[in-house]
Write a protein that binds this ligand. Sequence first.
Ligand SMILES: Nc1ncnc2c1ncn2[C@@H]1O[C@H](COP(=O)(O)OP(=O)(O)OP(=O)(O)O)[C@@H](O)[C@H]1O
Length: 385
Amino acid sequence: MNLLLDWKSMGSLFATLMFFRTAVRDFLPPEVNQVLRRFFSDKCFSSAQHFKLSRLQNSKNVTYAMVPNQSLEDIFNGIKFNWSFHVSEKQSNTDKGRYFQLSFLSKYKEIVHSSYLPHIADAAEIIKFKNRGKRLYTNRSMEASWSQVAYFSHPSTFDTIAMDPILKQEIKDDLMKFVNKREFYNRVGRSWKRGYLLYGPPGTGKTSLIAAIANFLEFDIYDLELTSVRSNSQLRKLLIATTSKSVIIVEDIDCSLDLSNRKKKGKKTSPGSSSSGSSVSLSGVLNFVDGLWSSCGGERLIIFTTNHKEKLDAALLRPGRMDKHINLSYCDVESFKILVKNYLKIEEHEIMKEVEEMLGLVKMTPADVAEFFMEGGVGFCGGFI
Ligand SMILES: Nc1ncnc2c1ncn2[C@@H]1O[C@H](COP(=O)(O)OP(=O)(O)OP(=O)(O)O)[C@@H](O)[C@H]1O
């Protein structure tokens, strides 16, 4: 194909390339590169001049992959798109260092955004998942179990969480200690993971605290729907599919699984056989928590939440599995002050003494107070606001 380009069109082509190089990298996070590589595997054979052939041991399937600096052409609705694969020198050994660049004429910019990229995402069986405010994609086969949230950005931080300031600091210190202990975990031969159990009545901030933790660590969040996991082996696959810095959540663990009977260990269950509707056994969960399969490395924080800690099997609660038990409870005056500061921008108020007495008499969750402030708080405690 001969292209005649004057300086002006060169400039615009270059601008297009630069635009899209950035756009693709922002739009599609590093995890997607892996999936894109799979997507391009078929196309490689028909259109790339050089490609890498590989076959996993004991696998019949051969895969074709693009080699760095190779490009291939894709045609969508009669429009030509050129994809090339690059490895940046600085980060050549990480997934972040590998990226695809898409080039196209700038007049197709709108089509690329509105239809071509969604088409690529679909074809590669990519779906969107919960992430710390960005888009995270993973394979569709995981759909049943990783809770799907198109675009998740939870604003909760340790500053906005209403809880005992000493406990809050303790959690932050524990998290920092955990992320700084890679060498220690390697030395003692343990997988680099930590388990938290958040327990307390509904509306005391368990979900908000999880978001605050993920935001604090800047980790990805994976919300595991145990009830839709078909088997222990699927659970294993799910764990392996998580990114290296992730918070894995199982909310309301007492409702997701029949965790009371350890005798189920090793026993095969058929789908839907347990009272909770999950096919995962307690031993499956214990193995999951023990991280037997976390040979993929990286830091994993596993958080279980429950409103009924007493219902959980002691095996699940022991240190090494749930290392830290965090009790979130009703509003005390310290928590109340944080909510007042967040919602009303009031630091101190003479009425606090009265509030303290009132909170000693009435059990209010932070969610009750927050909801009240959202509605305007008229008449609260003799006209607080
Ligand atoms: N400790 C808290 N600090 C700040 N806001 C809170 C707190 N607890 C609850 N809230 C407010 O109440 C709402 C509900 O709280 P959240 O979902 O975190 O509670 P939960 O304990 O996870 O409840 P559930 O057990 O019903 O899932 C939050 O969106 C937040 O606005």
